[in-house]
Design a protein around this ligand. Structure first.
Ligand SMILES: [Zn+2]
Length: 132
């Protein structure tokens, strides 16, 4: 029996037993970035360390997207989640995309799913947040 190979859809998603996000944290001022930076936008330091981001969070802002590019299923919920002090953008999934089910301040947790596979069966995995 072989295991299916998986690759993360974005660089900062770490897969495995406990999927989580990984940020670059400025060693001088503590600002966190998910993309790679040559220097901190806050203090210009060039020293960064990798930090694990909490997988539980609180929904701080969201919008229900009803128009999107062809092939993108709508409506969906795009959100900003406070993960123990770090602001993370991600879609809110596994609940109906309407204001009765998605509310500011709701508790959410990181979840992952397979978005597709290539001809060798290697799966791409994306992340979002679901009600906790
Ligand atoms: Zn900094």
């Amino acid at each position: 029996m072989s295991t299916v190979e998986q690759i993360p859809f974005v660089d900062y998603l770490v897969l495995g037993e406990r999927p989580h996000l990984l940020a670059h944290e400025c060693s001088r001022c503590g600002a966190r970035y998910f993309d790679r930076r040559n220097a901190c936008a806050g203090c210009f330091s060039t020293e960064f360390a990798s930090v694990d981001i909490a997988t539980d969070g609180v929904l701080r802002a969201f919008t229900i997207v009803t128009f999107a590019a062809p092939g993108v299923d709508v409506p969906f919920v795009a959100g900003v989640v406070d993960c123990d002090g770090t602001s993370v953008r991600g879609n809110i999934v596994n609940c109906p995309p309407d204001p009765d089910h998605v509310t500011l301040g709701m508790a959410v947790r990181l979840t992952t799913w397979v978005v597709g596979a290539d001809s060798n069966g290697v799966e791409a995995v994306n992340y979002g947040f679901e009600p906790a």
